[in-house]
Design a protein around this ligand. Sequence first.
Ligand SMILES: Nc1ncnc2c1ncn2[C@@H]1O[C@H](COP(=O)(O)OP(=O)(O)O)[C@@H](O)[C@H]1O
Ligand SMILES: [Mg+2]
Length: 230
Amino acid sequence: MPVITFANTKGGAGKTTAALILATELARAGNRVTVLDADPQRWISTWHELSGRVPNIDVISEITMASIQGHIIENRGNTDYFIIDLAGARNSLLATAIGLSDHVLIPIQGCSMDAKGGAQVLELLAQLEKQVGVRIDHSVVLTRVSSLVTTRALQVVKVLLASRNVRVLETPIVERAAFRDVFDCGGTLQTMDPARVSNLDKARENARVFAEEVRRLVPLHVTRAFRRAA
Ligand SMILES: Nc1ncnc2c1ncn2[C@@H]1O[C@H](COP(=O)(O)OP(=O)(O)O)[C@@H](O)[C@H]1O
Ligand SMILES: [Mg+2]
């Protein structure tokens, strides 16, 4: 049961949106997903309450530094993937969640070059490796990318990050109404009405390809050894 954490110390980077897309897609593919909602604003918990039962998805709210590892240990028998959604803050819960993760996904808005919140997470990961010798695998995911942005413009951002040895996912998350509306409507991209949401088919395809890529990066059987022993 790998743990995937979405982290960026800046709010509005697209963490919660990407976390929900990944959770619902992994669940749709038959994986049992437990979302640990570590954001006091409870966006995913509210979505879950609005949605009623969503097959294969559990959401645990009000996660604290003291409780987070216990939730993972308690639920590892009934969970294929844990997804942690963090608040946009640089605090000790961020460090604790990162320390428990098999993979950290760092959403950065593809078109603004304001990647400071993402850079802080990358620094924290580098510190962890240098000071404690623990290397947590991680990737940047470009989010809220305009559908009009050319592949070439995205390529520039990718090359820039690659020059700093940061992996960037092939699949950016595009700015789509469906990714906003799903929080208001509840349910998933599959239960939304294509007649009422523009470009729903494109949003569904984007979500599918994004989750596929994450699934290849973080296969089911890969979990950090210490948790198996715990
Ligand atoms: N891919 C997207 N398409 C459309 N709207 C998005 C997308 N990603 C994020 N948003 C919107 O941007 C705002 C911030 O996104 P959110 O996922 O809450 O970021 P964070 O969790 O990093 O604070 C929200 O209003 C959300 O609906
Ligand atoms: Mg959020």
